[in-house]
Design a protein around this ligand. Structure first.
Ligand code: NAD
Length: 367
């Protein structure tokens, strides 16, 4: 088996707590399946600032560029709120994303059967939901120039520019088509081609990439406002969705919340293929460092464990092993095990972070 190098950056707050549980899963694959990951560990965020005066050292950045995948816990905390903007914990994460040029952000929205009651939607609308939103992450209106607040006559004007080049659209479209090929073979592209020129170009380029290289994928186009409505009305009509930075920001949060707790949500950010053919990749839970519960041993480790499952699938081509991790999570939830954030109105006794990790590891051998 080729070298499977993984850099772990636990970060701050509950980051190290949930990462301890991921380590147990990694060890299980090593001990029981002979899949040996070459794991290194580093500092990012507030803990890196405490140790080195910077939220990400050049050495850790270089390490991130060299490995097959990076798995990050979370960064930040109130003790860092007054730091200068340039050394805030979040700058470490932003530097990783920027220098690795991670242009495709993958946000799955998967509803585990046992948690279907958690959704704000009716159970039958979300039960079995499994969709993937691919958001363009490095361009669009958050980065376009000109931008700023200028004075025009007697009033101020706020300006941001939505700008996409053909190649920026084509590369994220390719990432989404590749993903659709690994799933059900369906892709829906969302923009506002009815009112935005960048949307017209987006639609054209996605269609061209499809016709040239992905004719086997069933491609549809939808205006993003209708997409938002459809996500809430009948989310199961979708499989993979690809959209720009701004619409993706909103639509992925909306879709994720269909499924319940923040403690359950993984993500991946992918860049261009490296020399070995694997994409540059950063995996991380969607949640933050949760300072309100840090140090108590009660955080839900599932989002971070599912982020590792995404690494298995997208960086290491270990799809069956990723499915095993997801099935183990399904099993412990079906068995009624819940961390505090997953307690419903019916109550019950929550289990600790480490007990949840242990239960998932035990389930790995039973699914
Ligand atoms: P948060 O995600 O840390 O917490 C929001 C709420 O969800 C809290 O009540 C928290 O206890 C709960 N929660 C989050 N993850 C949980 C888990 N795994 N298990 C159980 N409960 C969980 O968001 P916040 O409170 O807005 O931010 C806290 C800090 O995290 C800030 O410093 C913020 O900048 C940072 N942050 C970092 C990231 C990141 O590292 N990617 C993302 C968001 C926020």
């Amino acid at each position: 088996m080729p070298n499977l190098s993984l850099l772990i950056l636990p970060g701050d707050g509950i980051g190290p707590e949930v990462m301890t549980e991921v380590r147990k899963v990694i060890d299980w694959f090593g001990d029981r399946r002979g899949i040996a990951f070459d794991v290194s560990e580093g500092l990012v965020g507030g803990c890196a600032y405490d140790a080195h005066g910077t939220p990400l050292t050049d050495a850790t950045m270089a390490q991130a560029q060299a490995v097959d995948a990076v798995l990050l816990g979370a960064v930040g905390g109130p003790q860092y709120d007054d730091l200068d903007f340039s050394v805030k914990p979040e700058r470490g994460l932003l530097r990783l994303r920027k220098e690795m040029d991670l242009f495709a952000n993958l946000r799955p929205a998967q509803c585990f059967d046992a948690l279907a009651d958690f959704s704000s939607l009716k159970k039958d609308v979300v039960a079995g939901l499994d969709i993937m939103i691919v958001r363009e992450l490095t361009s669009g209106v958050y980065f376009g120039e000109p931008r700023g607040i200028i004075k025009e006559g007697n009033e101020r004007v706020g300006i941001n520019t939505q700008r996409y080049t053909e190649s920026e659209i084509a590369r994220v479209a390719r990432a989404a088509f590749d993903l659709a090929r690994k799933r059900s073979g369906r892709l829906c592209s969302m923009e506002k081609a009815n009112v935005m020129e960048s949307g017209v170009l987006w639609r054209q380029v996605v269609q061209e990439v499809h016709d040239a290289d992905y004719p086997d994928i069933e491609l549809s186009h939808m205006y993003a406002d209708n997409g938002a409505m459809q996500l809430v009305r009948r989310p199961k009509q979708f499989d993979v969705i690809v959209t720009d930075n701004l619409f993706g920001d909103i639509l992925s949060d909306c879709a994720a919340m269909l499924t319940g707790s923040l403690g359950m949500l993984p993500s991946a950010s992918l860049g261009a293929p490296m020399a070995n053919g694997r994409p540059k990749a950063l995996y991380e839970p969607v949640h933050g460092s949760a300072p309100d519960i840090a140090g108590q041993g009660i955080a839900n480790p599932i989002a971070c464990i599912l982020s590792f499952a995404m690494a298995l699938r997208y960086s290491f081509d270990l799809g069956a092993e990723a499915a095993r991790v997801e099935a183990a999570v399904q099993k412990v939830l079906a068995d009624g095990l819940r961390t505090a954030d997953l307690m419903g109105p019916e109550g019950g006794t929550p289990i600790s972070t480490s007990r949840m990790g242990d239960a998932i590891v035990a389930a790995l051998g039973a699914v």
